[in-house]
Design a protein around this ligand. Structure first.
Ligand SMILES: [Zn+2]
Length: 306
């Protein structure tokens, strides 16, 4: 059996909304606890899920954030372990660009969600009641307003509407994108260091929910990010983490395309244990909040039901 545990922001500050970081101390504690129950493996051993009787665990870090290199990699190294870091490649390639998802996290951490929802109404008519059921399934830990906002933005707006909305926010809030990029993302050199240790996978290029794109666009996302990362680290990229990763963000076609474009393992954010019959392109994953010391302990519940 294999479990995967995913991390995003690793910071000491706390925010009112949008950013839910865990501290270095909490990360260290959680990983130690996981390591006492599971054997922590690197991506070269993930194929063992289909044959081994061991209880295995892979640690993953999505989005290519600089703090994941500064804090996450340091903790991993100190404990003598491996992990996979999944950067999206557009902000690595274009240093004046910040992924909308991260701009939104930052803005939501600092502004009232009501204001953002009001601005969103300019782009889409929202029936908030019906949307909330779907939103809740995708965003387990957000309150109603926040989940609604994220769901409408990510799944109801067209790509064109999302771009206009983001541009409106950048202008109104006077955000310096190159400074923001520099503070937020790993450098090519950091990615290269992780790559040499077999710890890099792809999180696509633009970080869009793949189910919202045409299959040609999905193929382009997968191939382009793979090529960019391989040109930085000179090592073949085998693993992909589907952006967002929840049940609304991928389809069977998306998973087969990942396989067709050269990936050998794919991570969703569907919660659960991966047993011997696990599909390599559809691996389940927990969030840090679902395991020891998180907001719920879904992992322990699922281990009991096993
Ligand atoms: Zn992501």
């Amino acid at each position: 059996m294999l479990i995967a545990v995913n991390y995003h922001y690793l910071r000491d500050e706390s925010y009112k909304d949008g950013i839910y970081p865990i501290t270095k101390a909490a990360l260290n504690k959680q990983i130690k606890k996981l390591a006492s129950r599971f054997r922590i493996i690197g991506q070269d051993e993930i194929h063992l899920v289909n044959s081994s009787n061991e209880d295995l665990c892979i640690l993953t870090f999505d989005d290519g954030l600089r703090e994941q290199f500064d804090v996450g990699y340091q903790v991993i190294k100190e404990l003598g372990l491996k992990a996979i870091f999944f950067p999206s490649t557009r902000p690595i390639q274009n240093k004046e660009y910040v992924l909308p998802v991260h701009l939104l996290h930052h803005i939501r951490a600092n502004y009232d969600t009501n204001i953002l929802l009001e601005l969103l109404q300019k782009f889409s008519t929202i029936d908030q009641k019906n949307i909330y059921e779907k939103a809740k399934a995708q965003y387990r830990y957000d309150h109603q307003l926040a989940a609604t906002f994220k769901y409408v933005y990510n799944f109801e707006l067209s790509n064109v509407q999302r771009v206009s909305y983001i541009n409106l926010l950048i202008n109104e809030l006077e955000i310096d994108l190159s400074q923001f990029n520099n503070d937020l993302y790993m450098t090519e050199r950091q990615i290269s260091i992780l790559g040499q240790e077999g710890m890099i996978g792809s999180h696509c290029h633009n970080h869009n929910p793949l189910s919202s794109l045409s299959l040609d666009e999905v193929r382009d996302e997968m191939i382009r990010s793979k090529q960019i990362l391989e040109s930085i680290i000179s090592v073949e990229i085998d693993a992909i983490s589907y952006p967002y990763g929840g049940p609304s963000s991928y389809t069977d076609d998306v998973l087969s395309l990942a396989n067709d474009t050269g990936y050998r393992m794919g991570f969703t954010m569907t919660r659960g244990l991966n047993s011997k019959d696990a599909k390599m392109m559809r691996l389940k994953r927990f969030d840090t909040n679902d395991v020891y010391g998180g907001k719920t302990d879904l992992l322990t519940e699922m281990l009991k039901e096993q």
